[in-house]
Design a protein around this ligand. Structure first.
Ligand SMILES: [Zn+2]
Length: 532
């Protein structure tokens, strides 16, 4: 047995980056991310890992985002005793992000259990707690960019700046003697790759000449109009003006790190120059506030670190850290800006603000990040007329706007260029971390032009490949897969059910009178009964 890879996450439409590399000297993970999206996928967070955590020797972490780091506390709690290698920026961000994720899981499970016990359903336990997350931080071990270090006797690794987020990396792996004729087997895992035009992070960087490359595909099917910082600020100014004219709240669901800080820099700039109407900007996220502090500490390593320092002192910006402060801004009327997590609206304070404002025609929701299928943010982006938040149905009256300019991800052409710069790629190219459309879009972009079609692979969850052979060779493992490939569908049944309930409510509300409502209900009842 030489070297193999198991795709334990971020494979074919499933989120949650996690790759298990095995060589004769042991087992190493690249990333250990939380699954996000439809309930069927999120349920994987509660199920067993497809490996024994105690058998894993080390983790190499590409970056701090929760879909890459979010199951590390569970890994440690379940017996992992090795090191988690990451850059200092990633470690600093994780020291806030992971305890916050533990806290979110504890409070979500507490709310769920209240609902479950009211209905006589069994209670559930959180995936991990805040205490588990804090304990996991002990395992982190800092590494420098562009410096080799030994992971185990036959494996060394090197981190490259991926330009996606403070501390983000693509990771180069070299398995000694496994590449044939005594040569090393060389592998590159992209992590998330940043776009070219950004304020704070440099362009992505990595060497060339690999046996295997794993590339993320998030925006593989997207050609973003090329942007400059000026064009982006101009578009943002137009959005802010329209929101101000509507005279309600402008809600910006945002991830806690990087692009939030960049967005704030732009907003304050626009207001300072009189190019957008002045208004208070509430950063309503303890996590984003702490992350902003991390950026302040690392400002010397950021491309425009001075801007980060300046924004922290702007009178426009208000930090609301406590729950009371957060509730107080929920009572405001008129034009103001609220930036709150989570970026996909599936957790965090943004949900309270959406409950307060989403029905209101004066308000605006500006989506600035990628929205995974099955999340509330994606439903809004796709034009849902009504949504459910914490069991409550809310009509969408707000203007829903999208701006891709603050994406932390490279688009299709940028990904294709990044891949082209990694050539020669001798044995295989794995496309990961994307929805069907994105994966196929990226494949179409690179097939033949950049790499032979026969060398491009799109693995599904829990696929295992032998990497020691001349081309990647699938290995059948006896263990059952966590998800049957046909289960990984666009929208799972939970989402279909939510939509059906909303449609039924719509129909009943639109009916002329209670009599016709009764007729509709009896018809539905008959349809249900005829199923048995
Ligand atoms: Zn990321």
């Amino acid at each position: 047995m030489g070297v193999s890879i198991q795709f334990c996450g971020a494979a074919h439409t499933v989120t949650g980056s996690c790759y298990l590399f095995q060589n004769p000297n042991g087992r190493v993970l690249v990333d250990c991310g939380l699954f996000q999206g439809p309930k069927t996928v999120k349920a994987l967070n509660y199920s067993e890992f497809p490996f024994r955590p105690a058998d894993i020797d080390a983790v190499l972490l590409t970056h701090a985002h929760i879909d890459h780091s979010g199951l590390l506390p569970k890994l440690v709690r379940e017996g992992f005793r090795g090191r988690i290698y990451a850059t200092r920026g990633t470690i600093d961000l994780c020291s806030y992000l992971l305890p916050d994720a533990g806290n979110i899981q504890e409070s979500e499970v507490a709310a769920l259990n209240r609902r479950n016990s009211a209905r006589g359903h069994p209670t559930v336990t959180p995936i991990y707690t805040q205490a588990d997350a804090i304990a996991a931080l002990e395992s982190f071990h800092p590494v420098e960019y562009e410096a080799w270090f030994d992971v185990n006797a036959g494996l060394r690794a090197r981190f490259w700046n991926a330009g996606h987020l403070l501390g983000s990396a693509s990771i180069e792996l070299e398995f000694a003697g496994a590449g044939g004729a005594g040569k090393p087997l060389r592998v590159l895992a992209s992590g998330d790759v940043g776009p070219d035009a950004k304020l704070l992070e440099p362009n992505p960087d990595a060497p060339a000449g690999f046996d295997y490359v794993l590339s993320e595909s998030t925006y593989g099917d997207v050609d973003r109009p090329s942007t400059t910082p000026e064009a982006r600020r101009h578009r943002l100014a137009a959005e802010v003006k329209e929101a101000a004219e509507a005279k309600g709240a402008l809600l910006i669901p945002a991830f806690a790190v990087e692009r939030t800080q960049e967005l704030i820099v732009d907003l304050i700039d626009l207001m300072d120059r009189g190019e957008a109407p002045s208004a208070p900007i509430f950063l309503d996220s303890p996590l984003a506030i702490h992350a902003t502090e991390v950026f302040r500490r690392h400002s010397s390593s950021l491309v425009q670190g001075d801007d980060v320092l300046r924004l922290l002192n702007s009178p426009h910006l208000r930090f609301t850290e406590t729950v009371e402060e957060s509730k107080a801004i929920g009572r405001l009327t008129g034009f103001h800006i609220i930036i709150a997590a989570s970026g996909m609206c599936d957790a965090g304070r943004i949900r309270h603000h959406l409950r307060r404002w989403l029905w209101h025609s004066r308000s605006t929701v500006l989506l600035v990040g990628f929205q995974v299928q099955g999340t509330l943010g994606r439903f809004l982006r796709d034009g849902a007329k009504a949504v459910r938040i914490q069991g409550e149905e809310i009509r969408v009256g707000a203007r829903i706007r999208c701006m891709d300019d603050y994406s932390g991800h490279a688009d299709g052409p940028e990904l294709a260029r990044w891949i082209a710069c990694r050539r020669p790629i001798h044995r295989g190219m794995f496309l990961v971390h994307g929805e069907d459309r994105a994966l196929l879009g990226l494949r179409a972009r690179i097939a033949e032009r950049i790499i032979a079609s026969a060398k491009i692979f799109i693995p599904v969850l829990d696929d295992v490949y032998d990497l020691s052979t001349a081309a990647p060779t699938p290995i059948e493992v006896a263990r059952p897969r966590r998800l049957a490939p046909e289960e990984v569908v666009k929208l799972d049944w939970h989402n279909e059910l939510s939509k059906l309930i909303l449609d039924i409510n719509d129909r009943l509300r639109a009916a002329a009178d209670d009599r016709s409502r009764g007729v509709t209900i009896r018809r539905l009842r008959r349809a249900l009964e005829s199923e048995n």
